[in-house]
Ligand binder design. Structure first.
Ligand code: PLP
Length: 384
């Protein structure tokens, strides 16, 4: 066989996918490994998508996205954040995944360096790797309340550093960064003349702390905020997201869009307009359920004295599994107890010893899955 891309050959597979595949070989598994809302997409959004198909939204859309969706996105951000964005500041993409990929590609060349949180969503690593960008990790440690250490960040900067990725509320931690940290991160990016990519995937899923966006702190066009409808509106399969930044950055991303996917399906974009402009009660209803699931999980873990981070946002719980190898732990838990969780080491080196569970699982799954997990952690060593 002819030689394939070395970059891709070297790319390791997601630890979560491996658990999913193993889970598929077993009966009656309680699934808490995947970050997918348990809800169906709200009916008014589905209806808007169907109507769009019936009314001829079946053709290519412009690379940057349909005007009504870009307009809806800027209007709501201007309203919520007091900004004065224009439609040219937005590009629509195939979910958060694609706009983040486009931003990395548009702003970084091969050999440039990018600062990635550890632990964080594993896709950042994959995206940087396939763009031949060097990854440097800044640690989010329990002793710092899982917030960045600015001394460490300063030490990571070189003349090749191009970008820092920030994710609040975070996957996998559920940390919501306070305003002063977000502001300091933007100042840090400005001081070193690098871009700040703010992944806003969980912006609307916050519990006790307000979500703070980096965009209002940006004074010189270095923040790219990446949004998705996937989590907020339970629209993971519709594949719609968008990014907001300086016009010059968006222009470069639009060029990439032509090469990657050309455009996002038109009807999906019209469904996204209905989601953004429609009644937001569905967002609040889902948020309340995630919060109940968080509190239920915490109360079961407390019964067993298991350590965890109480998330302020997103829909995950980061749990100390008291193990030396998270992947082996997750495999054993799955094989012996038929409970699927995401191994912490798949999110970065600092994640080893932890596991992540999804609070977007059903209440029944959480009730029995967390109890089984807690017993498994508590009885490790006593079990074979
Ligand atoms: N960012 C984070 C932190 C995520 O966890 C995800 C999905 O799991 C995404 C972005 C992108 O999601 P999508 O491509 O469905 O918009």
């Amino acid at each position: 066989m002819a030689r394939m891309s070395e970059t891709v050959l070297q790319q390791k597979r997601s630890g979560i996918r491996k658990i999913m595949e193993l889970a598929n070989t077993l009966p009656n598994v309680l699934h808490m490994e995947v970050g997918e809302p348990l809800f169906e997409t709200p009916a008014h959004i589905v209806r808007a998508g169907c109507e769009a198909l019936e009314h001829g939204f079946t053709k290519y859309a412009p690379n940057a996205g349909l005007y009504p969706l870009r307009e809806a996105a800027v209007n709501r951000l201007n309203r919520e954040l007091g900004l004065s964005l224009a439609v040219d500041n937005v590009i629509v993409g195939i979910g958060g995944v694609e706009v983040i990929n486009c931003a990395i590609r548009a702003l970084c060349d091969a050999g440039d360096e990018i600062l990635i949180p550890d632990p964080s969503w594993p896709n950042y690593e994959t995206m940087a790797t396939i763009a031949s960008v060097t990854r440097k990790y800044y640690r989010l440690l329990p002793e710092n309340s899982f917030l960045p250490d600015f001394n460490e960040l300063e030490g990571l900067i070189t003349d090749k550093t191009k970008m820092i990725i920030v994710n609040s509320p975070s996957n996998p931690l559920g940390v919501v960064m306070p305003a002063e940290t977000i502001e300091k991160l933007v100042v840090f990016a400005s001081k070193h003349d690098i871009y700040l990519l703010s992944d806003e995937a969980y912006e609307k899923i916050v519990f006790d702390a307000p979500h703070v966006c980096a965009l209002p702190y940006d004074t010189n066009g270095r923040v790219i905020a990446a949004y998705t409808l996937s989590k907020t509106y339970a629209m993971t399969g519709w594949r719609v997201g968008y990014a907001v930044s300086d016009k010059a950055v968006i222009e470069q991303m639009v060029k990439l869009q032509e090469a990657y996917v050309s455009s996002v399906p038109s009807a999906m974009q019209m469904a996204a307009v209905a989601a953004i402009c429609g009644d937001q009660a569905c967002v609040e209803d889902m948020r309340i359920v995630y919060r109940q699931h968080r509190d239920l999980t915490a109360s079961i873990l407390d019964e067993y004295g298991i350590d965890y981070f109480m998330p302020n946002g997103a829909f995950y719980m980061w749990i100390n599994a008291r193990c030396s190898n998270s992947t082996a732990f997750a495999e054993q838990l799955l094989i012996k107890k038929h409970v699927a969780v995401a191994p912490g080491d798949t999110f970065g080196k600092t994640g080893n010893g932890y596991i992540r569970i999804s609070l977007a699982s059903s209440e029944d799954t959480i009730r029995s899955g967390i109890r089984t997990l807690a017993e498994f952690i508590a009885n490790q060593g006593k079990m074979n």
